[in-house]
Each structure stands twice: as C-alpha cells, then as structure tokens.
Design a protein around this ligand. Structure first.
Ligand SMILES: C[S@@+](CC[C@H](N)C(=O)[O-])C[C@H]1O[C@@H](n2cnc3c(N)ncnc32)[C@H](O)[C@@H]1O
Length: 270
C-alpha cells in the first residue's frame, strides 16, 4: 500500500481535528471556491469533481451550495467518511477511492475539477504530476475549470523550516488536539518528509499518534509550467488577499488544443 494512502487512511477518523471548527472551515472554503467557479463558469449548479476530497472539506461545502459534486481520494477511509459526513449534513456526495493518476471517469464528465489543500504536492515525480493533470484535463468538458489550492512554498524553499507552529483545536465536548509537524528536507531542497504528530485528550489520558508522509514543495512557477504542459490555458494564481482563501488558488481552463509534449517543452527551455 502506498505510504500516502496509509497516512490518510490512518488519519481519516481524526482529520477534522486539524481544524479549529471543521464545519465553519467547510462553509468558508466553499464560499470562496463557489465564487471562483461562478466567476469562471457562470451560475451553476455545475458538475464538480473533487479528485482529492479527503473527508470532504471542500466537496461537502460545494455540494451544500447546490453543485453536483463527486468526491474521489486515494484513501478509501477518507472517501468513505466524506460520503457519510455529507449525508449527516443533508448533502449528496457520491464518494469513492480513486487515484488522481488514473481517474475512473469518461472524458468531459465534469464542468470543474478541484484538488485542494496541497493534495498535488503528494505526487513526487514529474511523471506522476503530469499524469494527474492530464487526467484531470481529460475528465473536464471543453473550457472546463481546474482549481488547485497549494501552499505558497516559495519562502519555505528558501528558509527550509523544520517545525511550523503547532495547532490547537478543541472538540464541541472540550477535548483538545495539539497537532505538531516536523519537516525533514531532502538534499534536493524541493521535497520534505513530514512527521505529523497529534496529541489528543487531556493530562494522563493524552493519546499520541505519529504519521509520516512526503511532500514536493512545488513553486507556483513549477505548477504553472506543469499545468500548461498538460494542456491547460489561462493559468492564473489568486493570492489569499484577493480571495480570502487560506492558501493560493490556481485556476485554469481546459484548452481545446492538444497538450504540449513535456519532453519537447523541456528541450525547448534548455
Ligand atoms: C491534505 S489532504 C486534503 C484533503 C481535502 N482536500 C481537505 O482539504 O480536507 C490531501 C489529500 O490528497 C489525497 N491524495 C494524495 N495523493 C493522491 C492521489 N494520487 N490520488 C488521489 N488523492 C490523493 C490524500 O489521500 C488526501 O486525502
């Protein structure tokens, strides 16, 4: 089993604890993403794929705003929880396990496709990233909209932080979770291993869980170049200041031309 799948399967039951208040975050994120979808595609509802839906943070909010959303994720446990959490909130969200690199949908099935919160940064090689973006383009209708949200790694690549500030969240029943991240940078200066440590509960009853995964700290320039090579057009970055989203958002349209041959582009750029 891939280490990414293991990481998120293991985290699925606790994932909401990353947020101060998951329901509030879901609603706030959906407001921003819905506005971007509306600005690009006009009034919906639209057919939306969330290809890295996790437990449904963006997919549930978008479904509650009236879109016809389908959620997929590498982690079967996360996808299953997304469906259950949606139903508990009166939303319809068909959700299933699927790998972004091999999406199980026909061509032109969706008006919009999203991958939020650094999901693409789990793809560690140019080949995997290209496969995911080419697949997302294939399942979008002509001129359909791609939305990616990714941490701004420019600064991190320069300063190579090893321990971002810990986060504290508290359940409705008062149970605390402290989340600590430790980053170990690879020699290439682009990828890092994450130790994700969660302390849940109080005092002697505190439970500690540690999980590990790896990220590729992609710069906006790198991701733009991969999106163009995959055949997307109008690639635009929206800064948090302009959207109110907590991390930068890339929007791009499914161009109708043929994707560039990445090898040819790389040769031309030399
Ligand atoms: C940081 S989580 C974000 C989940 C969700 N979008 C959210 O904000 O709650 C990253 C997600 O990407 C998923 N993921 C990573 N690699 C994937 C792949 N190759 N195919 C599909 N999902 C993938 C993980 O399983 C995980 O659920």
């Amino acid at each position: 089993m891939s280490s990414v799948r293991r990481f998120y399967d293991d985290l699925a039951a606790d994932y909401h604890r990353i947020f101060q208040d998951w329901d509030t975050s879901m609603a706030a994120q959906a407001r921003v993403l819905d506005a971007l979808v509306g600005a690009c595609l006009g009034a919906g509802p639209h057919r939306v794929l969330d290809g890295a839906c996790g437990i449904g943070t963006q997919a549930i909010g978008l479904a509650r705003r009236g879109h016809r959303v389908v959620g997929t994720d590498l982690s079967p446990r996360a996808a299953a929880r997304a469906g259950t959490e949606a139903a508990a909130r009166g939303a319809v969200l068909p959700a299933a396990a699927a790998d972004l690199r091999a999406l199980p949908f026909g061509s032109a099935t969706f008006d919009a496709a999203i991958c939020a919160d650094d999901s693409l940064a789990h793809l560690l090689t140019p080949g995997d990233l290209s496969a995911a973006l080419t697949g997302l383009r294939r399942v979008l209708r002509d001129d359909g909209l791609l939305l990616l949200t990714v941490r701004d790694y420019e600064e991190a690549r320069r300063t190579r932080p090893t321990a971002p500030p810990p986060q504290l969240s508290t359940d409705a029943d008062g149970r605390e979770t402290i989340t600590i991240q430790l980053w170990h940078w690879h020699d290439d200066g682009e990828r890092y291993d994450l130790r994700h440590i969660q302390l849940t509960g109080q005092g002697d009853e505190r439970r500690v869980r540690e999980r590990r995964t790896t990220y590729w700290a992609l710069t906006q320039r790198q991701l733009t170049s991969f999106a163009l090579d995959a055949g997307f057009t109008e690639v635009t970055w929206h800064a948090p200041d302009s959207t109110g989203f907590y991390q930068p958002v890339l929007t791009a349209r499914r161009g109708s031309g043929q994707p560039a041959d990445p090898a040819a582009t790389a040769r031309a750029q030399r």
